[in-house]
Design a protein around this ligand. Structure first.
Ligand SMILES: [Zn+2]
Length: 209
């Protein structure tokens, strides 16, 4: 990140975007977790929940039900496995058909998550596994987030449509939608929205002179 920062100088009023081959992202465990723990705590202020599979040591997990506390975010955690036929992530079972216990982990262990871009400054976008159309849409998405204090765009990730291929909002939480629009129709926020009641009309969030 320091090298990218040196290579593209910051300039007032400009948003910097760096395209890189690949990026790797991780949450850090905030405290030890014993074997079979149903809940863990990570140091991040918010985390991915839902269908995304996250690599945690030798297993893949999914997070649900996040709650914040002063040191990070607590999440319910479930070990999952990928169905070889359908490709879907499903709860992993032990030999007795019970939920597979999460192995013990130590504070500081990493949980990897798939991210195609970082909304950092500079914005960093991984291009290795993406088509040119997806890369262009991702640049718009990340610039949409780009939030220098007083910045023009303050848009959040929304859940525009399921499955993702039907999404038409540029701010849909995942890549792969079919169009790149800003929605006037209020859409639910993808993160920090446990009750599902927070929405954003993204068209009206754009500041106009
Ligand atoms: Zn986003």
């Amino acid at each position: 990140m320091a090298a990218i920062n040196r290579a593209i100088r910051a300039e007032k009023g400009k948003i910097r975007v760096a395209l890189v081959k690949k990026i790797s992202s991780a949450y850090e465990l905030a405290e030890n977790s014993p074997a079979g723990a149903p809940q863990i705590k990570v140091t991040a202020p918010s985390v991915l929940t839902g269908d995304t599979a996250l690599k945690f040591g030798s297993e893949y997990v999914q997070f649900t039900g996040q709650t914040k506390d002063p040191l990070g975010t607590k999440v319910d955690v479930q070990v999952v496995t990928q169905n070889p036929t359908t490709g879907a992530w499903e709860p992993k079972k032990d030999q007795n058909g019970q939920p597979f216990p999460l192995p013990a982990h130590k504070k500081g262990d990493f949980i990897e998550f798939p991210a195609a871009a970082w909304g950092s400054d500079p914005i960093v976008i991984a291009v290795e596994d993406s088509s040119i159309d997806i890369i262009k849409a991702t640049i718009l998405h990340e610039v949409g987030h780009s939030i220098p204090p007083g910045g023009r765009f303050q848009l959040k990730d929304v859940r525009d449509a399921a499955p993702t291929k039907n999404a038409t909002s540029i701010m849909h939480e995942q890549q792969g939608g079919k169009a790149n629009c800003l929605r006037y129709l209020p859409r639910p926020l993808a993160y920090d929205n446990p009750a599902g009641s927070k929405e954003e009309n993204q068209w009206e969030k754009i500041q106009r002179p």
